[in-house]
Ligand binder design. Structure first.
Ligand code: ZN
Length: 469
């Protein structure tokens, strides 16, 4: 528990309105996508200088600080039961857009959707696209290296960030606000803070990379009769569309049925009865020519037998209908008790992986269900087994043994895009070598020797320096 003395000093440094305690602090933890616990204190700094001042005080006192973005993380990375949470919500401004250079300077607490809309108003795009866009913040996206629907074309968050300002555990402001695409002058320090989930520093500002807004969009929905046809269709579309493929989202039959049947609002755009469905999309520079090319590519795939049925959206409403099916992940609540997984593996291992996970679960829980969908072009599947007798930890561990056990055999990753947080920490060593984990621990000890930054997340807790003193 933070001492009264520390809380007083924090109030002096940040102003009393920026230091919430008791019920006010507890209330701030409500409404996230996963449980955040009950923090003793919630800090709401309004500037980098205030983040620095707060960390300096907490560092001196040896108090843990958990950074909060939009509270939409799925790996329990924002869990703050007891310590001090630091919310970036007041640092939510877009500071600058450079249209010629295609860059944007933004504060960490800015909501993703706000960033995207500001870019679009200038004829540009920030191509990070994910379901939580209305609440997730850029700082959270950076700290988790968020993925989403357009990775196949634009990469992960890491590929969209040119520069970063972060505050280190002791309050040092590390400004690395690079604007250049090419900068090989020494270590690329921003990468320390991208995807490290607030364990090495708190991201306060960033230089984002923007792209010219595509002029055309073509969206199609297809049925595929066997898994081996999926990579053939994917590579065919990549070749035929010449670099404009922007989404390749695959749904296994059970998931498609779930989101196109009551009580879901969606209805089939292609009839039930196929093992796989794909939402495929292209973004280019000339609507008429791109639509003709998209249709021709789909026709070729039909003729080659790679796909067995296809629908092409003829309006924005039809496009929205297709995306709504893919995005209606909330329907999985009807398979509760269920557990969600975010795994990555080679495309050629996917079919056997899903079959072996299904068989492994059925052997133990004959009533269980398995919903699978994901960004197949990136090797990323969201796997959601459900209809278990309960959601207890023991059940979860048994399910993880199957889901991660089959993954480990195939050299996959336990986290494709959600991060490790607390939830996947026991399995970090299943996807990273002992040497990799040791180097992560070394970085953590070096940058945060008192272990105050989001302690216990990603890595097993290192002994607290204060306790050892
Ligand atoms: Zn995803």
């Amino acid at each position: 528990m933070p001492s009264d003395d520390l809380i007083e000093k924090l109030k002096e440094a940040l102003g009393p309105q920026a230091v919430l305690t008791g019920a006010d602090a507890a209330e701030k933890a409500v409404g996230g996508w996963s449980a955040l616990g009950v923090p003793a204190v919630v800090l709401r700094p309004a500037s980098t200088e205030e983040v620095s001042a707060a960390l300096k005080l907490c560092h001196a006192a040896g108090e843990a600080v958990v950074p909060w973005g939009g509270k939409t993380g799925l790996g329990e990375g924002g869990e703050a039961n007891g310590p001090i949470a630091l919310s970036l919500e007041r640092m939510n401004r877009i500071e600058e857009i450079d249209e010629a250079g295609c860059t944007m300077i933004v504060q960490a607490g800015c909501v993703l959707q706000t960033v995207c809309e500001a870019a679009e108003a200038k004829g540009l795009i920030f191509p990070l696209d994910l379901g939580a866009r209305g609440s997730a913040t850029i700082g959270g996206n950076i700290s988790t290296n968020a993925g989403g629907n357009r990775v196949i074309r634009y990469g992960m968050t890491r590929d969209m960030v040119l520069g970063i300002e972060a505050v280190l555990a002791d309050g040092t402001v590390m400004s690395s606000m690079n604007h250049l695409i090419k900068n090989n002058a020494g270590y690329d320090l921003k990468q320390l803070f991208i995807g490290s989930e607030g364990t090495l520093g708190i991201v306060t500002r960033a230089v984002l990379r923007l792209w010219p807004k595509p002029r055309s969009q073509d969206t199609g929905f297809v049925a595929v009769e066997s898994f081996d046809r999926l990579p053939k269709f994917l590579r065919h579309m990549e070749r035929a569309l010449g670099g404009t493929l922007s989404a390749f989202e695959v749904m296994w039959e059970d998931f498609y049925k779930l989101v196109t049947s009551e009580p879901a609002k969606g209805r089939p755009v292609i009839p039930h009865g196929h093992p796989f469905y794909v939402l495929v999309e292209s973004m280019g520079g000339d609507q008429e020519a791109d639509s003709a090319r998209f249709e021709a590519a789909m026709m070729e795939a039909l003729e080659a037998g790679e796909i067995s049925d296809a629908v092409i959206a003829k309006s924005q409403a039809e496009r929205d209908t297709m995306w709504a099916l893919r995005d209606d992940v909330a329907q999985v609540v009807h398979t509760y008790p269920m557990f969600t997984f975010d795994v990555s593996l080679g495309i050629s291992d996917m079919e056997s992986y899903v079959e072996d996970v299904r068989a492994g679960l059925k052997a133990k829980w004959p009533e269980s269900s398995l919903m699978v969908f994901g960004h197949l072009g990136d090797g990323n599947l969201h796997v959601i087994p459900g209809r278990f007798p309960d959601a207890e930890l023991a059940t979860r561990r048994s399910v993880e043994a199957v889901v991660y056990g089959e993954l480990r055999k195939r050299g996959g990753s336990v986290s494709a895009e959600h991060g490790i947080g607390l939830e996947k920490r026991p399995y970090l060593g299943w996807s990273r070598s002992a040497e990799e984990v040791a180097l992560m621990q070394l970085l953590k000890r070096t940058l945060d020797p008192k272990n105050i930054l989001n302690p216990g997340k990603v890595l097993e807790p290192v002994p607290h320096a204060k306790a050892a003193e």
